[in-house]
Design a protein. Structure first.
Length: 142
């Protein structure tokens, strides 16, 4: 489970973004929960990018479907040498046509509905990396 100050991420975001629909969503990083290898790869490729250029990272999903066809919450991530920041949180609402299930994850991230929140989350870079690595990406997703 992803925690911020000891609280589950879904609850923290629900409070700060004033959106109760976020409660109960689960991290996309949980090994083996995402439906397809393409979804797992996309999440891990993006979560590992930590530089000054903002990256959109799928971070929470609906636990009923565990795939990109349902609710996907994204964070905008940027980093410096010492910190990682989340300046925005939103819903993936992209509906770009796709021909194969492997294309679905990226098509969902083509459009984001950003939530109203004045909170910018900042984390110490080493602690952030340790929290992400605790989810240990499945070996079959490289």
């Amino acid at each position: 489970m992803l925690l911020i100050d000891g609280q589950p991420l879904d609850q923290v975001l629900a409070l700060h973004c004033q959106d109760s629909n976020l409660e109960g969503l689960v991290p996309t990083l949980i090994a083996g929960w995402l439906e397809t290898k393409a979804e797992q790869q996309l999440v891990w490729e993006r979560v590992r990018v930590m530089n000054e250029i903002p990256t959109i990272v799928p971070i929470l999903m609906c636990p009923d479907d565990c795939d990109f066809s349902c609710t996907i919450v994204v964070i905008e991530v940027s980093a410096s040498a010492t910190t990682v920041s989340w300046p925005r949180v939103g819903y993936a609402v992209g509906e770009t046509p796709y021909e194969t299930l492997d294309e679905l994850p990226a098509s969902r991230l083509d459009s984001i509905k950003w939530m109203d929140s004045t909170t910018i989350w900042q984390f110490e870079r080493t602690a952030y990396i340790n929290a992400i690595q605790a989810f240990a990406m499945p070996e079959s997703v490289v």
